[in-house]
Design a protein around this ligand. Sequence first.
Ligand code: TYD
Length: 148
Amino acid sequence: MFDIVNFEKFSDGRGDLIPLELGDNFLKTSIPFEVKRFYFIAFPNDSVDIKRGNHAHHNLQQLIICASGSFTLDLEDFIGNKESLFLDKNTKGVHIKKGLIWRQLKNFSPNCVVLVFANQHFDEKDYIRSYQKFKELSYLQMKAKKLS
Ligand code: TYD
């Protein structure tokens, strides 16, 4: 469902520098796919009750990083396996692989900044925004796997 990717950090009295290299030509490529898009999310001070995500994707891969503060990333795959990841390190990325995976982001600290790299351009058609639809598609996928 996901992998953890650890980044190198160059820290001194001036702060932390965490380089992420893109493309295949680097010896140490930090991002495990070709990046087509990235975005970041910042939060208001009163952010503790905010929930984001609440969707799955048909094809998208993402690398999700907590660049500042902390939050919780909840994942559920098509079999019903659930993982709850507490992210508070700017040197750690969660690579969500291709497949039916429901994600929710929650419990944001006020200074939280979430950075997301994606392997596809934005396409609303790739989203599954209804949990019921996600469960229906998951059931079909499980049935297809049992038959094959
Ligand atoms: P939304 O899917 O609600 O964000 P999240 O999954 O974090 O809760 O996206 C909010 C809006 O931003 C929605 O109108 C779609 C738009 N959007 C883009 O235009 N490009 C993007 O890359 C993303 C992720 C969202």
